[in-house]
Write a protein that binds this ligand. Structure first.
Ligand code: FAD
Length: 447
């Protein structure tokens, strides 16, 4: 029987980064994947959506170029070509992951893995032994039992990434990050888009002010908030609105984006602590079985690709290195809609809920020279900072407007380093850059 230092199950950003790190340490590593290297992130998540969203952005820019003195006649969007572009990007990244596995001497096996005990994994009728096992099996779209959800025109985020025509009327069920990105994409390329959300606001983890502003900026999308979908038929989505009244919207295509479910099947019969459908881990990514670790979406703590990768690194450091712990207070997130939004750390509402005393300040993006030069004075955008009222340590930064996703890592570094207002005021930002909005907002704080 082949024996390894580490067997990784799942080659998404949690699993393949962990395999790469352990391989680079000289460990004997096996990674098992049942579909494609790169997992959901590379194949059906982060990367394909951003490739398509970029095509939509180019199209919108072409249509709006007049205001910058550039005249483009008859800009046209071709979904098939945008899909080709997306597929090429995905394939290139997949090849890159394969190269990384080879470079770090990681053995790759394709097939569905099952953990048979604390040190053994079965795949394709072969059993492998591992000192450590890492479950990085990710998550799948949740499909609620709504009558009609099984119909062909009701798609998950995976299926909608390979449709061959732009829907005329698209209903997006769920106004979370995934739903909003598809709403942005399809509304930019010609679909009439309706978002039906059960809660009172979209993007539930965002600062409320930002979610509202985003809805206002995405003028072409129709939002139905506080509405519960009851039934989907061939042509319509039926829901009960906030006041308890029945309503319906027409839709030839429906995207079901109401959340994701950790992939725990294949790991349920070995005594692992699984609670609420997710594998329970501590801050070192250890499960209740000492040789088994679980990272990424499968442990349900932070369903983001960069969190998964960091968890993979933490787990490897605890298996073979100096040890490490996962911290969640400075995990940045971004929504790649038009306009983009991003955030890191505490929102004003979180602080209120926790009974924490904070100071906040906000600034309109249009006050920033680079933003104004590239988007104009009518473009909406906002920056808000949250600091501890007593210590003046930065606790949160929230952004809405172009390039927010590129700027937020700076805020993550400041929050992780527990910088105070005084420290941030001493940092020099490049001018003109949109990032200066963070520094300028810090100066707006009334200490
Ligand atoms: P995954 O990427 O899900 O990989 C798990 C892998 O394990 C899969 O390849 C699966 O086939 C394999 N597997 C499962 N069970 C087994 C088994 N028994 N045997 C062998 N292999 C198995 N996150 C961001 O941070 N930024 C974004 O912009 C972003 N956009 C997204 C857009 C969409 C449409 C979706 C759906 C998700 C998006 N996410 C984004 C979330 C991100 O994709 C996930 O958080 C991330 O992929 C989780 O990584 P992971 O390694 O835990 O699992």
């Amino acid at each position: 029987m082949d024996a390894f230092d580490l067997i990784v199950i799942g080659a998404g950003p949690g699993g393949y980064i962990a395999a790469e790190r352990a391989g680079a340490m000289g460990k004997k590593v096996l990674i098992i994947e049942k579909e494609q290297l790169g997992g959901v992130c590379t194949n059906w998540g982060c990367i394909p959506t951003k490739s398509l969203l970029n095509s939509a952005k180019q199209y919108v820019h072409a249509q709006e170029a007049d205001k910058f003195g550039v005249h483009i006649e008859k800009a046209r969007f071709e979904l098939s070509e945008a899909m080709e572009w997306k597929n090429e990007v995905v394939q290139t990244l997949r090849d890159g992951i394969q190269f990384l596995m080879k470079k770090n001497s990681v053995t790759v096996e394709f097939g569905e893995a099952e953990v048979t005990d604390a040190h053994h994994v079965k795949v394709n009728d072969t059993v492998y032994a591992g000192d450590c096992i890492m479950i990085a099996a990710g998550s799948s779209p949740a499909v609620p039992p709504i009558p009609g959800a099984e119909q062909k025109h009701v798609l998950t985020s995976k299926e909608i990434l390979s449709i061959d025509a732009v829907p005329k009327k698209l209903a997006v069920i769920g106004g979370g990050v995934i739903g909003m990105e598809f709403a942005s994409f399809f509304s930019s390329v010609g679909s009439e888009v309706h978002v039906v959300e059960m809660l009172d606001e979209i993007l539930p983890l965002t600062d409320k002010e930002f979610a509202k502003l985003m809805r206002r900026e995405m003028k072409q999308v129709k939002f139905h908030l506080g509405c519960r979908v009851e039934k989907i038929d061939e042509k319509q989505v039926h829901f009960t609105n906030k006041k308890g009244k029945a309503e319906s919207i027409e839709a030839d295509t429906v995207l079901m984006s109401v959340g994701r479910r950790p992939n725990v099947q294949g790991f349920e019969n070995i005594g692992l602590d699984i609670d609420g459908g997710r594998i329970v881990v501590d801050e070192r990514m250890r499960t209740n079985i000492p040789s088994i670790y679980a990272v990424g979406d499968v442990n349900g703590t932070s369903l983001l690709a960069h969190s998964a990768s960091r968890m993979g690194e933490v787990a490897v450091a605890n298996m073979f290195g100096d040890g490490d712990t996962m911290r969640y207070h400075a995990v940045p997130w971004a929504v790649y809609t038009q306009p983009e939004a991003a955030g890191c750390g505490l929102t004003e509402q979180d602080a209120e809920k926790e009974g924490r005393k904070v100071l906040t300040a906000s600034m309109q993006m249009r006050a920033n020279g680079r933003f104004l030069a590239e988007h104009g004075k009518r473009a909406g955008g906002l920056c808000k900072v949250v600091v501890d009222a007593e210590t003046k340590v930065l606790l949160g930064v929230h952004l809405l407007g172009a390039v927010s996703s590129e700027m937020i890592y700076g805020a993550a570094a400041m929050i992780e380093a527990e910088l105070r207002v005084k420290d941030i005021k001493e940092i020099i930002f490049p001018h003109p850059s949109v990032s200066e909005i963070i520094r300028d907002t810090i100066w707006e704080l009334k200490e």
